[in-house]
Structures are given as C-alpha cells and as structure tokens.
Design a protein around this ligand. Structure first.
Ligand SMILES: Nc1ncnc2c1ncn2[C@@H]1O[C@H](COP(=O)(O)OP(=O)(O)OP(=O)(O)O)[C@@H](O)[C@H]1O
Length: 755
C-alpha cells in the first residue's frame, strides 16, 4: 500500500530525531569512555610512581592493604571502560541498522495507542522508548500476530489489545529507503528479498523476517529441554543463535552471561561460519565447541583419538569387507542406551564390590590397616565418585604420617644408620633430610598409584574380561559378534588408540569416576545437528551439564552417518526425564529455490516440507562420458554460475579422497581459484570450494555441483540421507553429474522437476 506524503514526512522527522539522539548518545559515551580511561591511567600511574610494592615474604599488613586497594581501583576503572565500550558498540550497531518494523498497539482499557518501533537494540531518550529491542516481550507480537486482536506476555502478566498498524522499513545510511504497511505475515517482500541474496562467508541474522513458527522456538518458555525437528533449510541454526540471544536478553538481570552458554556444532569450519551472528545481534560471542574438541581436551594426551570424520570415511569406503561389518555393529551397539547401561552397572560394581585394601606400611611403621582403608572407601566416603574417595583417603594417610611422627622417627633412624656405616662422611643434617625426602617421594608415588584410577584401564578391564562383561550385560541383548567387538576394543585400547565410538563410553567412565568435573557454570546448552549424536552421547551431555537448559535442533532426514542417529526425538526427551521437554516440528524450508526444494524433498519422499522461497532454475542432471569430460563440463558449469552472479559454489564429492583428487585436477586449470575444505580447517572461505560430502553439512552455497552422483557411487540405501543432505546445501543452482546412470535416489523424481 502506497503511503501518503504526510506519512513519509512524519516518519522522516522521527528518523531524524533518532539519528540525532544516537549521535548525542555516542558523543556522550565516547567522552565518558575517554574520562574513565584517563582516570584508570592516572590511578595506574600513581600506583607505580608511589612505588607501592610489598617486599617478598613480607607480612606488612598496611602495604598489602594499599596494594590490594589500588589494584581494585584499577580493576574498577577497567570495568567502567568495558561497560562504556560495550555501550558504544551497541549504539554503533543500532546506528547501522536502526529499525525494521513498527506496530501500533491499542491496549485494552487504555485510550492512547502506542507506536512500537522494532530494531536490533533498545534506544531510550529521556523516558521515551524510541526503539524496542526485537527480543522485548511487546515485540513478540510483530512476529506472532497479524493486524487485529493481539496479546503478549510480560512480567506483569498477559496484555491484550489490538494491532492497528503493521509497517516494515528498509533503512540504510540513516535514511528510509522504502517502507510499506502490511497486514500479512512477514514472509513477503522482506523475506523474499533476503532469501534471494547470495550467501555470505558468515551466517546472517534474520531478525527482520523471523517467521511465526521460528519465533515460537526462539521465545519458547520451556527452559528445560526444547527439541526441534526441522527440514533442511528451515532455519534451525539461525533459530539456535537467535534463541541464545533471546535467552541472554531475558536472563541478563539474573546474571546470565555469554560464557554461561555453549553451542555444540559439527566442526570448526561451521563454528567459523556462524561465529558472527551473536556479535551482529549486539551480544558477545558464546563459547562454540565440537564434541571432538571437548573429547580432545578431556582425554589423556598419550591417546591417539579417531574423529567422527575418520569413522565416516571408513564407513563410506570400506563397504562389504569383514572389518566394515564389525565396525558397523560396533558403532550401532556402542551408541545405544543398552551399552550405557552395561557401563553404568560396571561403575556401580567397581564402587561397591571390588576393593580389598591391604595394610600400608612405611618402613617398619604401619600407617593404616587394610580394614581401615576399606572402611574409608565403602563407608566414610562411600557416597562419592571413586576419584574423590581416593583423594580423601590420601589426605587421611598424610594425616596419619604426621600423627605417628614418622618424620622424626625416621630421621633419627637414618642418622643412626649413617653413623653406623663408616663409609659416609657428612656434616649437618642436610644429607639425612635429603634421604628422608627421597624416601617420602617414593612412598607417596606408591600411595598415589595404589589410590588412583584411570578410565582407559577401567574400560580395558571391562572389554578384556568376557566373564565380567557378561555379568554386567546380563539380561541385555548383545550383537551376534560381541566377542569380536570386545576383542577389537581391547586391542585398540591396549595400543592407546580410541576409535570414535569409544570416546563417549570413555568420557562417561571418566566422568562417573569423578575425573571430569561437571560444568555447573554452563546454564544453557545448544546442540545443533542433533541427529548426529547417539543416545549415549545425550546421556553424557546430561551428566556433564547438570544445571543447564537445552535446546536441541536437528533433522532426522540428515542423519548422514546411518549408524549413529537418534532416530526418535522421544528417546532424547526420555533421557532428560528429570526435566520437562517439548518437541516442536518445523515444516517450512527457506534456503533453496522452489525448484531445488521440490526436487530434494522427493529424494526422501517427504511431502510435508513446505517451500517458502523464490523461483529459480530447475536442478540439472548432467551425463558425462569419462573423468576428463566430467572435469571439463563442471568447469563450464562453474563459469556459467559465476557469470550469472553466484558467488559461492561447492563441488561436493562423496569422500575426502575423491575431493582431494578433484582438487588437484582443478588446481591446474587456469582461471579457477579453488579451495579444498578439509576436516582440520578452522575458517570457512567463500568462493569456489571442493568438499567431501560430510563436511558440507550445515553449510550452504549459491551453487552446488554434485561431482559423483553416479549409480554405483551412491548405491547403498543407507546413503540416501547423505545424498539428500548434500543436495539441500544449494540456494540457487544444483547440478548433479553422473556417468551412464545417475544414483537410484532420484529414480522416483518426476522428469519435469529437473532438466
Ligand atoms: N526467517 C528467515 N528469514 C530470512 N532468512 C532465513 C529465515 N529462516 C532461515 N533463513 C535462511 O535460510 C537458510 C537456512 O537456514 P539455516 O542454515 O539456519 O537452516 P537449517 O535448518 O539449520 O539448515 P540445515 O539443517 O539444512 O543445515 C539461511 O540462509 C538462513 O539465513
């Protein structure tokens, strides 16, 4: 709807006021930052000029108080600088993206209606709220309601009323480029415009066009466990990050900070890709990690640990062999909850049954009897994890060494022994003390080795002892080749090798023994690509983060590893059975054009997926005669994509070894600047990339070229979801290359859906 000149004038005047207010606030903040910075510098200078130092080992109370006070003052000034710098950063962000929406809301029982302008942050001038943060309760109505009756919940309760106007804006360089009234949902112009853009090197925020179903996840009231299933491109990662921003906003007053939130994502490249969303939303970066990074930090340094990609590569390349079958069974068995039960029983067994301590002597002195040790282990400290019991028992032994006056007695004894033996010639007590200290080091090391527990040894004992394993597994159905699985697990552990599916049991054992601390400071955990974690991994997450709420987002149809998937979100909900959980399903997909989306949803035969995106070209199936022809045709394809304005293009190969070969072949071609995505990469580069299938997950590209969409390459039914996942990475163009026959996964797709 065209807006009148009068309307334009009103809006432009208001915008001018806002620009002025921001400019003034920025000036004030800059000045106050300078001031506090100078104050801080002055305190620092005085500190050094007055030479306030405390001599080493001094107990001069006045000097210590002086120094502490000065340090506190410097710290306070630093905090003030940080606060003003943050305010400046937020104001600048707001200046660049003022506001994008407005609703006029007439609250029931109140005469005056209020115009609420919605932007990336809050702007207040005196008592007037000029821009509302998109996360504030009242702004929820912008995403949730159309014109007419509307309500929202705020700390004071439910507010009801009517939306009498809904307007959207495009503002840049402090000027309104366009604006329009809309009584529709926000999946119109602004959304379409945003979706038709090329993708960036970094993921973007979507606050201007968050959709109703997405908003319900972002603002969901369930703070315990929220599980979201959504098709490829439904905005799960975007939602995850916007939810983190929302939670930070909502609980800021309760002290929630960005370092209390952690997000688990599939790999470092993906971490880099999403890293700018929160800063763009005015928040500090939250801690982003991968399961593998966590495992590497937590397990022993001397272990050689396989990552999920090596596991994946083995699954993709070892089909049919005996070792492949064993591996498949091992992955499936070790990821499930039955295996976790076996290990839980085993830990309990260790805690309750196995110890039979012997008397401990130092030379001729009995320090503690086996009976006393048993009593400490099973009774005094019996409620604690084994590691903590040992720690306390070592403290008790130390006490007894003191109580029994062992040092004095032994020093006398050593002196006597040395005197009796004429070959020693010494003066003073140094030699005697040295001898005693050495003896004590040896004794303490012996105690430590006696009272320590190592997760690898513990795990090895379980898988290396068939009788013990069967006892722990009683009543649990085991795979037919369990003996081989156990044998190979034992062999690996014996060689200090941990294969990917053994990481979770090992971490679980380590945690249960008390060798990993709970991360109680983490209050919110976000797990993206949730379908890639096994039920056992969820058990571990629950243990590691006992004080956290969870948002878990995934797509069952993108389970690229057929043997590690959660299959059913109810299983996850059950795992967190002490917390309330909600499962929300999304149905709309935004990433790909209608044509690509129609094509891809038929790969998995899922008619429920609704595409809200723009029109584009149909996917193309391209036959080649041989390898050279494939490279030649792909080169032409890339050139045509670049010519039509696409900026990021991915050639996706099934395995890493094919990707490396193709990369080498393309590297030699003039005029094409190409990058190979490797699992150890930490940065995501836009442009033309070659990637193995499993590393492209979560990412998106303007154009996607499936390098080896041949019948014999993607032949195994278990890889259907992998094929679906890689095709759904495309925004605007999708080409699938094959020789002789394409993969059977497209057999059921109507001919008119591709060219
Ligand atoms: N409401 C929205 N407004 C604008 N763009 C959106 C919206 N929702 C999603 N998008 C865009 O759609 C694309 C897909 O989003 P995202 O990667 O978050 O989806 P996903 O569900 O995590 O995908 P996948 O499971 O396939 O990895 C992104 O480019 C994102 O910016």
């Amino acid at each position: 709807m065209e807006l009148s000149n009068k309307e334009w004038e009103i809006e432009e005047n208001r915008l001018e006021r806002i620009n002025g207010v921001i400019k003034n606030q920025l000036n004030d903040s800059e000045n106050s930052r300078k001031k506090v910075f100078n104050q801080g510098m002055q305190i620092g200078r005085d500190f050094w000029d007055n030479d306030i130092t405390v001599p080493e080992n001094s107990f001069d109370l006045k000097a210590i108080v002086d120094i502490t006070q000065n340090l506190q003052a410097v710290k306070k000034e630093q905090q003030k600088v940080e606060i003003t710098s943050n305010a400046i950063r937020k104001l600048k962000l707001l200046q660049d993206n003022l506001y994008f929406g407005r609703i006029d809301f007439q609250e029931c029982g109140i005469d005056e209606k209020e115009s609420i302008y919605i932007g990336g942050g809050t702007l207040i001038d005196k008592l007037d709220i000029l821009i509302y943060d998109w996360r504030s309760p009242v702004c929820g109505m912008f995403y949730e309601h159309e014109m007419g009756e509307a309500d929202y919940e705020c700390p004071e309760g439910q507010i009801e009323g009517e939306i009498t106007l809904k307007r959207q804006y495009s503002i840049s360089d402090g000027k309104i480029k366009y604006m329009f009234n809309t009584d529709l949902k926000i999946d119109d112009d602004i959304l379409q415009k945003s979706l038709s853009n090329n993708c960036d090197e970094n993921m973007r925020t979507i606050i201007k066009s968050i959709q109703k179903e997405q908003n319900r996840v972002i603002r969901n009231k369930n703070e315990d466990v929220l599980i979201v299933q959504g098709p490829a491109g439904s905005g799960k990662t975007s939602i995850a990050l916007h939810r983190a921003a929302y939670v930070l906003y909502k609980y800021r007053e309760r002290g929630l900070k960005s370092d209390n939130i952690v997000i688990f994502s599939p790999n470092e490249i993906f971490n880099d890709y999403i890293s700018e969303v929160l800063p763009e939303l005015g928040e500090n970066k939250i801690s982003q990690t991968t399961f593998m990074e966590y495992a590497m930090d937590s397990l022993r340094r001397n272990l050689s640990i396989e990552d999920g990609y090596e596991q994946m590569e083995q699954i993709l390349s070892g089909k049919g062999s005996q070792s492949y079958k064993l591996r498949r069974e091992s992955i499936m068995f070790k990821g499930n909850l039955e295996y976790q039960r076996i290990i839980r029983r085993y830990i309990k067994y260790l805690e309750e049954n196995t110890m039979n301590f012997k008397d401990i002597w130092f030379k001729e002195w009995l320090i503690i009897t086996g009976e006393e040790l048993n009593d400490l282990y099973y009774n005094t400290y019996g409620k604690w994890p084994i590691k903590h019991r040992y720690k306390e028992m070592i403290k008790d032994i130390e006490c007894r060494i003191d109580q029994k006056n062992i040092k004095k007695l032994r020093l006398e004894q050593i002196e006597k022994e040395l005197d009796e033996d004429n070959q020693y010639c010494y003066e003073g007590n140094d030699l005697i003390k040295d001898v005693f200290n050495r003896e004590m080091v040896t004794f303490r090391n012996y105690i430590k080795s006696l009272l320590s527990i190592n997760e690898v040894q513990v795990y090895k004992k379980l898988v290396g002892d068939k009788v013990l394993f069967n006892k722990m597994a009683s009543g649990i159905e085991l795979p037919g080749n369990i003996i081989d699985i156990l044998r190979s697990t034992f062999k690996n552990l014996n060689n200090n090798r941990v294969i990917f599916e053994d990481i979770t049991p090992l971490l679980y054992i380590k945690h249960s023994l008390g060798n990993i601390r709970n991360m109680t400071h983490i209050k919110y955990v976000i797990i993206d690509e949730a379908q890639d974690y096994s039920p056992f991994q969820y058990k571990l997450f629950k243990q590691l983060f006992p004080k956290a709420g969870f948002t878990i987002l995934g797509d069952i149809n993108q389970s690229i590893n057929p043997y590690v998937n959660t299959l059913d979100y109810n299983i996850i909900a059950n795992i967190f059975n002490n917390k309330s959980s909600n499962i929300i399903e999304l149905h709309k997909s935004y990433r790909s054009t209608k044509e690509i989306s129609e094509f891809t949803k038929r790969i998995i035969n899922n008619e429920k997926i609704i595409n809200v995106s723009r029109v584009g070209e149909k996917p193309r199936l391209i036959e080649v005669s041989d390898y050279e022809d494939r490279i030649k045709k792909i080169k032409v394809d890339i050139e045509s994509m670049v010519k039509s304005g696409l900026e990021s293009i991915a050639i996706i190969c099934r395995t890493a070894s094919t990707a490396s070969k193709v990369y080498r072949d393309f590297k030699g071609i003039e005029g094409i600047d190409i990058n190979l995505i490797k699992k150890e990469d930490e940065k995501f580069k836009s442009g033309i990339n070659i990637a193995p299938s499993y590393l492209s997950k979560g990412l998106e590209f303007d154009g996607v070229i499936i390098f080896d969409g041949d019948k014999h390459v993607y032949s195994n039914e278990e890889e259907r979801l992998l094929f679906y996942t890689i095709c759904t990475r495309a925004l605007h163009r999708l080409s699938i290359y094959y020789k002789e026959n394409p993969t059977k996964f497209i057999d059921a797709i109507d001919d008119e859906l591709f060219i």
